[in-house]
Design a protein. Structure first.
Length: 180
């Protein structure tokens, strides 16, 4: 006799949950990052995006452009192949992804109330976007192995100190959708 499978710690509703990936752009993914390499963050994020799309949950891809700069530096677009038809693409001009972008309205139009975060940098673009989302009333989930920062202590401060106060911290392997 086998024991019944334990309920996952996190059971997301695909009709009310969106994946939010911040600044996965060639020039940012290529930076020296810790504790995860940018390419590892990208791979984990791509896998999560495929899972979200497969269950019909929105995928939001946020990238930054420098304000007042007519021509952005090379590598300022999303990493090739990351975006898929139907994804919500947002261009931000501040550290966070909500200010002046229409992101809140687009998420609400999809009926989203929970956001699952990944991206670069943990303590900058990801945390700034998450704090604004929390202020707007969203439930927050942070995928530790789908993020990186410029130093491991910066990443760890967000993941171990700040994020648990704002929402739930998990690994990509723990992200599960509730069974209907």
């Amino acid at each position: 006799m086998t024991a019944p499978e334990a309920e996952p710690r996190l059971a997301l509703d695909p009709a009310r949950t969106a994946l939010v990936l911040v600044d996965l752009m060639d020039r940012i993914v290529a930076l020296p990052l810790e504790p995860h390499k940018g390419t590892d963050v990208l791979t984990t994020s791509e896998e999560m995006a495929a899972t979200f799309r497969a269950v019909g949950a929105p995928v939001v891809l946020i990238r930054v452009e420098r304000p007042g700069v007519p021509e952005q530096p090379p590598g300022s677009g999303l990493v090739a192949g990351l975006a898929a038809p139907g994804d919500i693409e947002i261009v931000k001009r501040t550290i966070g992804g909500f200010q002046g972008t229409g992101l809140d309205e687009r998420l609400r139009a999809h009926g989203v109330s929970t956001l699952v975060f990944g991206g670069i940098a943990t303590n900058l673009g990801v945390e700034s976007t998450a704090r604004a989302a929390g202020d707007l009333g969203y439930d927050l989930v942070f995928v530790e192995d789908a993020m990186a920062a410029f130093t491991a202590p910066e990443h760890d401060a967000s993941v171990r100190l700040d994020f648990p106060r704002l929402g739930t911290v998990v690994t990509a392997a723990e992200v599960r959708f509730a069974k209907s």
